[in-house]
Write a new protein. Sequence first.
Length: 175
Amino acid sequence: MCPYQCAYHVPGDPRYVPPDDAFRWYLPPDGFLFPPDPNLRQAMVNLLADTGVRPGSLQTQPEPQCTGEPLPGLVAASTSTDTTPPTSVITPADGARVAVGIPLTVTGSAADTDGVVAGVQVSIDGRTWQPAVGYESFSYAFTPNALGPLTIRSRAVDDSISWEDPSVGITVNVT
């Protein structure tokens, strides 16, 4: 079995990460028929780069059945320059009236000026967050079950895992 290997070192540290401590993607027992997903491999390289960890090598491990060639499609990554979190806006309008016991779909939009929106969450209780459906345009469906004011908030996250600091949200009147 030939494991794919990416050996990493910390910038400024001349010590090489030994192969036993390297991050590896192992192939299944049937060999190269089902190699690890290339998107997953690149995502891991990108994630480690965002933490300041740089690859010492993007090559297969030097074993008899491995070539030591770079993995196809795998490229070294640099630390992201995306430091601005995304923003999100939700509707219905602040102060809207909604009916108790009737399903309500909250919609909205999210944007990131120097990255990509990777997800949006909605809170209807001020404590917990639920995933919305969609990214730049999103929705969240629920059924209000109590009369009175209900605050709805959203928050987005980008591809560098920068979370939006949620605004005060909107308050609807459940009648």
